[in-house]
Design a protein around this ligand. Structure first.
Ligand SMILES: Nc1ncnc2c1ncn2[C@@H]1O[C@H](COP(=O)(O)OP(=O)(O)OP(=O)(O)O)[C@@H](O)[C@H]1O
Ligand SMILES: [Mg+2]
Length: 329
């Protein structure tokens, strides 16, 4: 089934085309307009989606060597995300569904991140644990069977990706900060800067304290070494993910773990979770790098799977700013 995936929940305009297991095109345009503000400006994001979505879609169809008429299902992110940004994708999807007389399905963005795993050759077996670690979310979710989620814990303040972005801003690095922190950390020595590992308890996460600790460190040490601070922050941030995930693994006793979302691009994260999986004798699944941050292919994949079981969405489907995975049925 040739599925068009449309992703506009934040500052990436993503169009994906898949035909069952085959990825035909994955075109993502990341908005640079937010860089000078050090974070995403919601209205700018919506305006940029309006400007770029048609060229990005044209590009994706060229890459896939298909025409709009070939599409059999239109899958679109309906939330969670920025309202104005989501409405651009939803409006395009509905217009296409009416014009092409094809079914449309609204997809939860977080479920899209989970389905990035099903684009890789090795797919996790149910039940499995998911660590979703992105710009807006950091949570542990037990996937009991397809579409049946149970959230075990989540961040009580900042998301992990958000903490990377805010710490990058404190250190004078560009937005989005995750890749810049990772690059600086490569040449730094984490041992030279003592930062705390957060301990919020249960299966929850917390990044506000660690971020504030970086702020105070930089204020108290005017001549701080940027690479050492980046390395120490990254180690504490990842150690926190490892500790809470290990506790959850001991609790639910599953043998399959997936780590998804934008922060799962991070090579040091991949190393740390590979070590964890070997220590716990479990199977680890990570999406391909190009499917970690927001993209249309993961939305196409999640929509195609849901459509097979539940059929299309109504054309009155609305955008939602928030929607937890375990609220889905
Ligand atoms: N190499 C990296 N190391 C650490 N963090 C990274 C890296 N690359 C990207 N990130 C972070 O990933 C985040 C973006 O991920 P993603 O696109 O999944 O988030 P989002 O869609 O904005 O949030 P959500 O999916 O929760 O709505 C940003 O916070 C970014 O800094
Ligand atoms: Mg995302």
């Amino acid at each position: 089934m040739l599925t068009l995936g449309i992703e506009t929940s934040c500052d990436e305009t993503g169009i994906g085309l898949i035909d069952d297991d085959c990825i035909l095109a994955n075109v993502v345009s990341s908005q640079l307009a937010h860089t000078k503000y050090g974070g995403v400006v919601p209205e700018l994001a919506a305006r940029n989606h309006i400007r770029t979505i048609i060229p990005v879609m044209k590009n994706a169809f060229d890459v896939a060597r298909h025409r709009l008429d070939d599409v059999e299902l239109i899958s679109v992110t309906r939330g969670p995300g920025l309202m104005g940004a989501l409405l651009v994708g939803l409006s395009i999807a509905k217009s296409l569904a009416i014009a092409l007389k094809k079914p449309m399905i609204g997809v939860n963005h977080l479920e899209g991140h989970v389905y990035a795993l099903s684009l890789a050759p090795q797919k996790p077996q149910y039940p499995y644990l998911i660590l979703l670690v992105s710009g807006g979310h950091t949570e542990l979710v037990l996937v009991k069977e397809e579409f049946k989620y149970q959230t075990l814990g989540r961040t009580v303040d900042d998301a992990c990706g958000e903490a990377f972005d805010k710490v990058a801003k404190i250190l004078g690095l560009p937005y989005p900060g995750g890749p810049y922190i990772e690059k600086e950390a490569r040449t730094g020595n984490a041992e030279n800067v003592r930062l705390p590992v957060p301990k919020p308890g249960g299966f929850n996460f917390s990044y506000a304290g660690l971020k504030t600790a970086v702020l105070y460190y930089t204020k108290d040490h005017q001549d701080y070494n940027l690479s050492d601070v980046a390395a120490s922050f990254q180690e504490s941030a990842l150690e926190h993910l490892i500790q809470v995930t290990e506790r959850a693994l001991d609790h639910v006793r599953v043998e399959h773990l997936g780590v998804v979302g934008g922060v799962s691009v991070n090579k040091r994260l991949r190393e740390r979770f590979t070590e964890l999986s070997m220590r716990k004798s479990i199977h680890l699944y990570l999406p391909d790098i190009q499917h970690c941050t927001d993209n249309g292919v993961m939305i196409a994949r999640a929509g195609a799977r849901r459509f097979r079981k539940y059929g299309p969405s109504s054309l009155t489907v609305d955008a939602v700013a928030r929607e937890a995975l375990d609220a889905l049925t």
